[in-house]
Design a protein around this ligand. Structure first.
Ligand SMILES: Cc1ncc(COP(=O)(O)O)c(C=O)c1O
Length: 369
């Protein structure tokens, strides 16, 4: 039976009920396991290769994606595991230039020196499709981060496949309950589980989901060899967070949209960005492609100083990077120097607070000049 998203998030990956066993398994802290005889005599032999807590989380994420999931120590480790083995001399990577900057760093510092041709494009369906000719691998993030532009995953998948390339989508913002890139034709989905998937701002993890079992096996081998493995305790915290993903994502998306609407009508605030806003250029596509528009809102205040004063005046909202946590947070994105945004551009991550409290806090911080 096809169950609803909250039910799937609560039950995904749990082992069958056993008399006297806990409802949900605890973390397994072990390096070696009893392994008598042949190296493959048990599922677990050495913890860099496999761990029962990873298995629960991977089963859960896999169930949410209808795919095989592979857990990594961070989103960047997951990203590198997808890109580095796939690209060699003469290959072509098409990647968005307005998404998370980590991908551009890896492309420039690790892939280009080994002879990979890089084509950076904006998050715009036509521009990405036009760049796909001769591509080996295509990387998109939709909605893009931090300006939340949207591209058509199905159209990009078609163009990538016509060129013989694979398409990976960074789905960190939407999560598997907010957008299902594999259903739209993507070959791989990547997550920084540090963000909304875990949602409590207390761990760093990453994950990949693919439907090709050989690719999944290669990703696991890459993880064992490179050693970018998740600690079992962090993996367990993620396991513990997934059952509330649907609740968190719905609340965060509602809060983000309410905030975006309030900001759009606010004097002194410009360039309000959220895919759920009816006048967002990617709204119609987002409404078709996404199930929830996510926690992020972008907007501009008049210059860096004004933006810093606003951030300093917020009482409920932490000035912090990252996003997708239960606590609202915000930052002046230009402080990193990695994104093409105005000096006063704020990336705001709506948390799970009561919407009236959140809006009131933003109102009072805007009122202080
Ligand atoms: C969209 C996106 N992808 C990937 C990453 C990298 O993930 P991690 O910090 O878990 O390595 C981040 C981190 O900020 C991100 O925001």
């Amino acid at each position: 039976m096809d169950r609803g998203p909250s039910t799937r998030a609560v039950h995904a990956g749990l082992p069958p009920a056993e008399q006297g066993e806990p409802l949900a398994p605890g973390p397994v802290l072990a390096a070696p396991y009893h392994l008598r005889g042949a190296a493959d005599a048990a599922d677990y032999g050495y913890a860099r290769d496999a761990n029962p807590t990873w298995s629960v989380v991977e089963a859960a994420l896999g169930a949410l994606e209808d795919a095989e999931s592979v857990l990594f120590s961070s989103g960047m480790a997951a990203l590198c595991a997808l890109l580095e083995p796939a690209l060699g001399p003469g290959d072509v990577l098409v990647a968005v230039r307005d998404g998370y900057p980590g991908v551009r760093g890896v492309a420039n510092d690790r892939l280009a020196p080994r002879g990979v041709e890089l084509r950076f494009v904006p998050t715009d369906t036509e521009a990405i499709v036009a760049a796909c000719d001769g591509a080996t691998f295509v990387w998109v993030e939709t909605p893009s981060n931090p300006r939340l532009d949207v591209c058509d995953i199905a159209a990009v998948a078609e163009a990538a496949h016509a060129a013989g390339a694979r398409l990976a989508v960074d789905n960190t913002l939407a999560t598997p309950l907010g957008q299902r890139p594999l259903e739209h034709g993507a070959d791989a989905v990547m997550y920084s589980a540090t963000k909304t998937l875990s949602g409590h701002s207390d761990l760093v993890l990453g994950a990949v989901a693919v439907r090709d079992p050989e690719w999944a096996a290669a990703l696991r081998k890459h993880r064992s060899q490179g050693g970018a493995i998740a600690g079992p305790f962090e993996a367990w915290l993620l396991q513990r967070s997934l059952p509330t993903l649907a609740l968190r994502l719905v609340r965060q998306s509602e809060n983000a949209l309410a905030l975006a609407r309030m900001l759009r009508d606010h004097p002194g605030v410009s360039d309000v960005r959220h895919p759920g806003l009816e006048d967002h250029p990617g709204h119609a596509l987002a409404a078709r492609q996404m199930l929830h528009a996510g926690s992020l809102v972008g907007f501009s205040l008049d210059g860096a100083e004004r933006a810093q004063r606003f951030l300093g005046a917020l009482e409920l909202v932490a000035e912090a990077t990252s996003f997708g946590g239960v606590h609202s947070s915000a930052e002046r994105r230009a402080r990193w120097g990695t994104d093409d945004v105005a000096e006063g551009f704020i990336r705001f991550s709506a948390g799970c607070e009561d919407v009236d409290d959140l809006l009131a806090d933003v109102e009072q911080a805007l009122a202080q000049r």
